[in-house]
Design a protein around this ligand. Structure first.
Ligand SMILES: C[S@@+](CC[C@H](N)C(=O)[O-])C[C@H]1O[C@@H](n2cnc3c(N)ncnc32)[C@H](O)[C@@H]1O
Length: 248
């Protein structure tokens, strides 16, 4: 195992020892996950017939919400603690169309592959190699969807200034914000028809900071939908999406 993977594993085993489960269960974070699921369905077209793969699924709180809208969800993650929790939660909820596996690779063909807050954890060479792997994983016309922090986000600059310790607590030693267009170029070079969208401005950071305040999140989300129409603000948005489609 590479040293980056070892550090990722060590960090996430601690995170998934209890803190993540408590934090992700708070109302504003749940509202954020519901919004993400709606967004994934809208932009990928995932529906009742779709097989979905999630790379770096963590404890799968997004994926478990998605199961009610698609045929099947398969999640993979490096962290055994995350996979144990995802399986336990699926069992508790009586979800039968989801499967979670420990690991860094997947097999099979999928209509949709998602990667939520995952790409920015991959070392440069693994990120560069991912689009070619995706071509093997996507069905003809299948769609890849990712969500990651932008290198140009205003919330990151403000956070580093005002709450540097909290920012560090939420980050692994090796992760970094990504530049949206150069990241998209990696996917285009592999032959995927790729576009970049900005997902949010302040709403997701607010949900992280005030996880109990679902009303605040919903208000901030509505405000984001307006702010993101302004090009200069969209450039400084928090998390960007890649939507990459395989040839038919
Ligand atoms: C920031 S977390 C995101 C988890 C989840 N998608 C979410 O939205 O909460 C990144 C996840 O990627 C996993 N991870 C990091 N590097 C990985 C790799 N090379 N292969 C598979 N999983 C990896 C970590 O264990 C962690 O669960």
């Amino acid at each position: 195992m590479s040293s980056v993977l070892e550090r990722e594993l060590e960090y996430h085993e601690k995170l998934y020892a209890g803190f993540a489960q408590r934090h992700f269960a708070r109302p504003a974070v749940r509202a954020l996950r519901r919004h993400m699921v709606q967004r994934i369905r809208n932009v990928t077209g995932a529906g009742p017939g779709s097989r979905v793969l999630s790379l770096g699924c963590g404890i799968a709180d997004t994926e478990l919400l998605l199961t009610q809208h698609v045929a099947e969800v398969v999640g993979v993650d490096l962290s055994p603690a995350a996979i144990r929790q995802a399986r336990a939660d699926a069992g508790k909820l009586g979800i039968r169309n989801a499967r979670f596996e420990e690991g860094v690779t997947a097999e099979g063909r999928y209509d949709v592959v998602i990667a939520i807050f995952f790409l920015h954890h991959l070392p440069d060479e693994e990120l560069a190699a991912l689009p070619a792997r995706l071509i093997q994983l996507l069905s003809p016309g299948g769609v890849f969807y990712s969500l990651d922090p932008s290198r140009y986000r205003l919330s990151g600059a403000v956070g580093r200034l005002l709450i540097p310790n909290l920012m560090r607590k939420y980050q692994t030693p090796d992760e970094r914000e990504l530049a949206p267009e150069p990241t998209a170029t990696l996917f285009r070079r592999a032959g995927l028809d790729t576009r970049v969208e900005m997902y949010d401005f302040g709403s997701s950071p607010l949900a992280g900071l005030f996880p109990g305040w679902a009303g605040g999140y919903r208000l901030a989300r509505r405000l984001d939908d307006l702010l993101l129409k302004v090009p200069a603000l969209r450039q400084r948005g928090s998390n960007f999406e890649l939507i990459a489609r395989a040839a038919v």
